[in-house]
Design a protein around this ligand. Structure first.
Ligand code: NCD
Length: 293
């Protein structure tokens, strides 16, 4: 998976305008019930580069506004010809639920606070590219883990690939229960970043009611915000990652985002390569299992 993504990444860099025919004749529908800049656009770029037709379903102007259910909507999209449905939904488990109702391949582009698997894959690719390997890498994930699908998926992927993961943040946002996911849990900024090769900052998820878990955003910034002064205290060469969108000046300052240590925009670019690999491998599986249209 990461091998294919790395090949696609190299091709994206070397031959930016290239159009492949891997998914020629297939239709990919982006079905996003929550806002997205990076994920939706990178799925669109990925699918188009592979030669697929892409439709961005507009939830706000669709019959969902008239009360049509999720299942009816997905069945309709499938009847219109979708081979792949890329879905983001505010409810944890929405993809698993829908899987039982459609034969199109369903890709989870983020479900509630549960999972965001393609984000974890692009994060893994970014670490591998930067450090040469993931095994043994010390990765500290800082911030609002409680409401973060990014953190849950990143923990699964990175620990599975052999990274040593530390989770850090205020105890309201990083409860000790996370320790059962094979990570070290700490509540002090200095302790979290001291030995880290990668410092992964999470967005404070204000829309998922994180404000009830924090006295204020300025308090968060004071305790866990990454600025130039704190960056200077980290291990030389330690990398900064963030899934975006950034609450600028809260989790991270502009100066740190622009520093050569930041891989934040690199993560976005890797999103296209990883999503190309996911679509390609899923299409191979579909063909092997005899799904045809
Ligand atoms: C994340 C998301 O929506 O889960 N963004 C993304 O996909 N890059 C992270 C976030 O919103 O904080």
């Amino acid at each position: 998976m990461l091998g294919l993504a790395a090949e696609y990444k190299a091709a994206l860099v070397e031959r930016p305008g290239e159009r492949l025919t891997t998914l020629h004749g297939r239709a990919v529908v982006n079905l996003f019930f929550e806002n997205s800049t990076r994920t939706r656009t990178s799925f669109e770029f990925a699918a188009k580069r592979l030669g697929a037709d892409v439709v961005n379903f507009d939830v706000a102007t669709s019959s969902i506004a008239k009360g049509e259910t999720l299942v009816d909507t997905a069945e309709t999209i499938e009847a219109l010809g979708a081979d792949f449905i890329v879905m983001r939904h505010p409810a944890s488990g929405a993809c698993q639920y829908l899987m039982r109702h459609v034969t199109a391949s369903l890709i989870n582009a983020g479900d509630g606070a549960h999972e965001h698997p393609t984000q974890a894959l692009l994060d893994a690719l970014t670490v591998q590219e930067a450090l040469g390997k993931i095994e043994g890498a010390r990765i500290s994930i800082l911030g609002d883990a409680l409401h973060s699908r990014v953190a849950r998926s990143a923990i699964w992927a990175l620990t599975k690939l052999g990274a040593k993961v530390t989770l850090a943040g205020p105890s309201t946002l990083v409860p000790i229960e996370f320790a059962s996911m094979n990570v070290r849990v700490v509540h002090e900024f200095d302790e979290a970043v001291r030995d880290a090769d990668v410092i992964y900052l999470l967005r404070v998820q204000t829309e998922r009611q994180a404000s009830n878990f924090l006295p204020s955003l300025s308090e968060y910034r004071a305790l866990f915000g990454m600025d130039a002064e704190r960056l200077a205290m980290t291990k030389p060469g330690a990398l900064i990652m963030h899934p975006g969108p950034v609450n600028r000046g809260v989790e991270v300052t502009r100066e740190v985002m622009d520093s050569p240590r930041s891989r934040i925009l690199g993560q976005v670019t890797n999103g296209v390569a990883v999503r190309m690999a996911v679509l390609t491998l899923l299409d191979r599986t579909r063909q092997k299992s005899g799904v045809r249209r």
